[in-house]
Design a protein around this ligand. Structure first.
Ligand code: AP5
Length: 222
């Protein structure tokens, strides 16, 4: 039976662990990780036209205008590697109009994973987060400290990770969450993201395996 690659969407509040789980998903399932936050941060650090247009929104913790992000996502998903290996969309859609854009283009995941974490924990996770600009790996000063002094010395803090900006980002997330989940209600899986990352990943992984298996079954019936 021909296997169509997996298409996965992962959602959740700021610092719910999307990026962390995506690192693990990519390692095991080989999907192409499309993170709008990472793509935008790369544009900002290379000083491109998109980067210059979006920098202020991002640094303030505000959403970047829909049309910029939508163009970026659709062009990335249409590349050959995403078609062949499957994709893992992280941080998009974030508004109902972004979800509608995907529906219009007939771009639909097989599964929509939502990571749930209490507010007070999210704030602590953001404030303690550090990124390695060389490997792109995500650390936390308490939860996941860097492995070596060399890595520690080069870690950076995101400008939108202050307590005040995190609260604003969280408010924006909550305002939009319901409208987006209503689009994916039939394929939505809510997970408790307030557990150790490996435990969360075990559940994510078994959901993805199940999704793959049910796709094969469907293909046999067709
Ligand atoms: P984006 O980068 O997507 O930010 P976000 O949604 O706020 O999510 P985060 O990256 O903050 O968190 P995460 O869930 O990936 O958590 P992580 O794994 O790092 O977007 C940034 C900005 O870009 C937006 O504000 C906006 O301006 C713009 N943008 C992006 N997409 C857009 C769109 N579609 N439309 C418009 N604008 C858009 O984990 C967080 C911390 O917790 C880390 O330190 C980690 O080590 C730790 N941690 C993770 N898991 C665990 C665990 N299980 N236990 C303990 N600690 C953990």
């Amino acid at each position: 039976v021909a296997r169509e690659p997996l298409k996965v969407m992962i959602s959740g509040a700021p610092a719910s662990g999307k990026g962390t789980q995506c690192e693990l998903i990519v390692q095991k399932f080989g999907l192409v990780h499309v993170s709008t936050g990472d793509l935008l941060r790369a544009e900002v650090s290379s000083g491109t036209e998109i980067g210059n247009k979006t920098k202020e929104f991002m640094n303030a913790g505000q959403l970047v205008p829909d049309e910029i992000v939508t163009a970026m996502v659709t062009s990335r998903l249409s590349r050959q590697d995403a078609k062949e290996k499957g994709w893992l969309l992280d941080g998009y859609p974030r508004t109902s109009s972004q979800a509608e854009s995907l529906e219009r283009l007939n771009i639909r995941p097989y599964i929509y994973i939502v990571l749930e974490v209490p507010d007070e924990i999210l704030i602590d996770r953001c404030v303690g987060r550090r990124l390695d600009p060389v490997t792109g790996k995500i650390y936390h000063i308490k939860n996941f400290p860097p492995e070596t002094e060399e890595i520690k010395a080069r870690l950076i803090t995101r400008p939108d990770d202050t307590e005040e900006k995190v609260k604003f980002r969280l408010k924006t997330y909550k305002q939009n969450a319901e409208a987006i989940s209503s689009t994916y209600m039939d394929i939505m899986k809510k997970l408790d993201g307030n557990r150790q990352k490996d435990i969360v990943f075990e559940e994510v992984s078994s959901l993805l395996v199940q999704t793959e298996e049910s796709k094969v079954e469907m293909a046999k019936l067709e």
